[in-house]
Design a protein around this ligand. Sequence first.
Ligand SMILES: Cc1cc2nc3c(=O)[nH]c(=O)nc-3n(C[C@H](O)[C@H](O)[C@H](O)COP(=O)(O)OP(=O)(O)OC[C@H]3O[C@@H](n4cnc5c(N)ncnc54)[C@H](O)[C@@H]3O)c2cc1C
Length: 389
Amino acid sequence: MKVIVIGGGPSGMMASIKASENHEVILLEKNNRLGVKLLMTGNGRCNVTNNKDVNSFISECSKSTRFMYYSLTEFSTKDLINYFNSKGCPLIEEENNKMFPKSNKASSILNVLEKDLSKVDIRYNHEVLDWIIKDNKVVGVSTNKGDIFGDYFICATGGLSYPKTGSDGKGYELAKKLGHTITNLYGIEVALVSNDEIILSKELMGTSFNNIKVSVVVNDKVKKSIKGDLIITHFGLSGPAILELSAFVRKNLNKKVDIIISTVDDIEFDKKTLGMCIKGIASKRWLDYLIEDQNRNISEISKKDLNIIKEKLTSFKVNIVDTLPIDKATVTSGGIKTSELDPRTMRSKFHGNVCFCGELIDVQGPIGGYNLTLAFTSGYISGKGIDFC
Ligand SMILES: Cc1cc2nc3c(=O)[nH]c(=O)nc-3n(C[C@H](O)[C@H](O)[C@H](O)COP(=O)(O)OP(=O)(O)OC[C@H]3O[C@@H](n4cnc5c(N)ncnc54)[C@H](O)[C@@H]3O)c2cc1C
């Protein structure tokens, strides 16, 4: 069969690799190279997957991701780990079962995929504009370089986040044209916006914190706390801990939402001066902002004032008013409604020779290698599914 794959991200590359085992494959990518977003992942280190079993993997993802249960048993995180290990790109496990290439370079992951695409006819700078439909059947695609015909189509054009990487939402338009429903789209793993003076003054822009407790407070009640890194930006708060909490914050934006920065979980004022007690617990810039006159002797500070200082250090509140827009989000939540696809093949229930995979469909997980796994696995199943025709 002649298979046309649209999009050269992780899902499209994996779909092409699998499909090319038994079929002629043309991969259409609008950029002049493959995997532009992949190279940015994990801060250039690529948190490619995680070492979780199917049940714990799915339990961390959105409800709609249960659709991926079959796929993840067919091509699991373990299979993905074995795949890269066996291709000369060993992975190493870090905290929370996150898997990274030992080289610490996303390019090592891309190199493996590109090598495995040797049987695929890759056409760069080819942007798919529309379907060519005859007698209610998709027979080809129109591109900026002309029409291309085929027997089977795999659409892997990604979501809406970081559109400069190529994923600008075109796939949703293509899916809608075939009768598919697109669920509500919004950004997840996204930085948070605050109008508090501490942010608007830009005084602390760039101040970062390592492995501190960060909590979400909704209507003055602590609802969620995690440990992680955080950075104060010109618009609000960012960093891994904030991105991880952002989906929960977003759900509560219609209420009063604050983020609590716990510089320390607790503090004892058991040294001579205030400065001695707080020395080294955070950056000097942050401590200077929070606490005036650090040369004061502890014995000269009232209990009430010490409690105020303690409060600032253990629970500094920043009010959150919004998240950054979807184009600045790491991942798009929502997409093609999964009930309109066959979970064993990713095939459209409306057009039997078209399937969809990757971030384009309504499956998503948190930070930690979930989204790349979903892209690779759904791509693999799409490529394999052709043989069930
Ligand atoms: C900064 C950043 C860091 C991230 N880090 C991680 C991480 O460490 N771990 C993790 O699991 N996930 C991470 N993610 C998420 C992950 O990168 C995505 O979920 C994943 O890339 C989705 O893969 P995809 O193949 O579905 O789409 P994409 O990677 O977006 O690829 C889609 C491809 O389709 C092409 N395309 C689009 N429209 C057309 C068209 N009309 N014609 C032809 N080609 C088209 C695009 O140019 C692009 O190459 C990160 C995302 C970002 C933005």
